[in-house]
Design a protein around this ligand. Structure first.
Ligand SMILES: C[S@@+](CC[C@H](N)C(=O)[O-])C[C@H]1O[C@@H](n2cnc3c(N)ncnc32)[C@H](O)[C@@H]1O
Length: 212
């Protein structure tokens, strides 16, 4: 997916992926990661997701990365907070009370910029990318993450190739992450809305096999 594709989606307000409420799978399953509340959580391709607020409410410092400046701006404006804005490692960083949103390309990050986070929440990031980019994304994410990391990942499964969002099979999750992480399916939710017939949301817990 080219950067312009996303910039255009944000400019035109075609952001059907955005959820007004905190993601229910995050609330339901986050505790299963057993991440200490003072550990930083990384939210890749974060959009203006309210999930970052919820994670902060649990005590975690949060770092998100998002390509669209409009999305970064909207996250703070819509939550009635005025962030401090500064240039940081080649990104425009907006920060307030433990939430830092880096505006720029995920593929230019380094682990220092994400405060060496060992916990990740991926909702609508992996599935936003076409197959080749998913491989690159998974490789890059794993390079960023230190030993002992954990990921709560939400994927979608449905018939068909078009996207975003894209369908990501269990086999693909295994191919992308199975070498490094032990992978547990926490929930498979069959969408009930007839417009989403045949679509499932799948929640995965990835835990680094290597001891810390
Ligand atoms: C499907 S949206 C999901 C947003 C968010 N995770 C959510 O749950 O609402 C994917 C987001 O990734 C952003 N994005 C796409 N490619 C990116 C990249 N290379 N680096 C940073 N952000 C990117 C897009 O602008 C878009 O906001």
């Amino acid at each position: 997916m080219e950067h312009d594709f996303w910039h255009q989606r944000w400019a035109e307000g075609r952001i059907g992926f955005h959820q007004e409420d905190v993601n229910p799978f995050l609330k339901k399953h986050w505790a299963e990661l057993k991440v200490a509340s003072d550990e930083t959580v990384f939210v890749p391709l974060c959009g203006k997701s309210r999930d970052m607020l919820w994670l902060r409410e649990q005590g975690h410092p949060v770092v998100g990365v998002e390509l669209s400046d409009a999305a970064c701006e909207a996250f703070f404006a819509e939550n009635d907070v005025e962030p401090e804005r500064k240039s940081f490692g080649g990104y425009v960083a907006r920060e307030v009370d433990g939430i830092r949103v880096l505006c720029g390309d995920f593929f230019a990050l380094n682990s220092e910029l994400i405060r060496e986070s060992r916990a990740v929440f991926d909702r609508a990031a992996l599935v936003a990318l076409p197959p080749g980019m998913r491989r690159d994304y998974a490789v890059y994410l794993q390079q960023l993450l230190p030993t002992g990391s954990k990921v709560l990942l939400v994927t979608l499964e449905f018939e068909g190739e078009s996207g975003p969002p894209f369908s990501v099979s269990s086999e693909e999750v295994e191919q992308l992450y199975g070498e490094r992480f032990s992978i547990r399916c926490l929930e498979r939710f069959e969408c009930e809305d007839p417009r989403d017939a045949g679509r499932s949301e799948v929640v995965w817990l990835l835990e680094d096999k290597a001891a810390e």
